[in-house]
Design a protein around this ligand. Sequence first.
Ligand code: PLP
Length: 368
Amino acid sequence: MDRISVAQPVLNGNERKYVLDCLDTNWISSVGKYIGAFEETFATFCGVKHAIATNNGTTALHLALVALDLQPGDEVIIPTVTYIATANAVRYCGATPVLVDVQADTMNIDPAEIERKITAKTKGIIPVHLYGHPAEMEAINGIARKHGLWVVEDAAEAHGAEVSGRKVGSMGTCATFSFFGNKIVTTGEGGMVTTNDDALAQKLRLFRGQGMDLARRYWFPVVGYNYRMTNIQAAIGLAQMETIEKSLADRALLASWYAEALAELADQIILPKGSAWIKQVHWMYNIFLREGDAARRDAVMRNLDQVGIETRPVFYPMHILPPYKEDNVYPVADLWAARGINLPTHQALTKQDVERVAASLKKALLEA
Ligand SMILES: *Cc1c(COP(=O)(O)O)cnc(C)c1O
């Protein structure tokens, strides 16, 4: 039987046409009409004034922190369960990521735990909309306001998600996105920073382009970076944005198929549940084993792999990874991240694929 991958890009719109246009017109580097068009389309989609494209999601995060003037010795609050890029970007600035435990149902940063981690060195908070489920932005922004902190939304996994009708990417001081090949919108590799702050947008553009003065070519007032996106990447991104509503709808349908097919396993696994105040998008459909530890979870994943179904573990918490290791315990992350599995989630999956995953999972749970 065909192998089912955990993620794959779907490029069935104008991607090919626009890329060929770049080749035919010779505009293959980081100048060209697709870059501005992609940025404008993305800004409109998120409901923000500015979108600044970058060469990947990690540089988008780093660029945001540079533009916010994060310095060595500063501290930034992040959830312990995230992709490592969130923590790495803080470290690139010489600052310290300060970890906070997560909420069991969403694996998102727990606002109730944030305040006790704030010190005189804290400069900001990076909530992550993990797996497409928005973090509790109202509570987080409230804490940030009270303590004079900035908020960078890490929206790498949540293109199109909403909180009370507002899109992620529009609720922090700024926000960052990734367009890696497995993300909801892809450009192969790529990233974006969104913001409503005009001055911050100028700084982001300055530091993205090697620090070159935006009004004076080859004059460099600061040390910047080359974090530019190419016209070819942007061409793919623009085509992806033309079909994003269909991508989100296909993924929502997929999630409903999973919910239906997995309902009979509810005594053994916890399925994702939505909340009325948010619109979740489905970057990864996650389940959590009700019983056992990481070894049992890994056994279930191995069993699925043997029958041609690729899965992924929920991210290892930062506090157990060598670069960020701590002796502190984060009870929710320690218990639940170890029991979480990302099931295959992408737009090319069929209802039959989902039924095959469910049947194989049922068998794997019996054997593990
Ligand atoms: C994918 C991702 C990133 C980084 O994106 P890249 O484009 O792979 O550099 C950052 N944060 C989170 C939460 C991600 O999932």
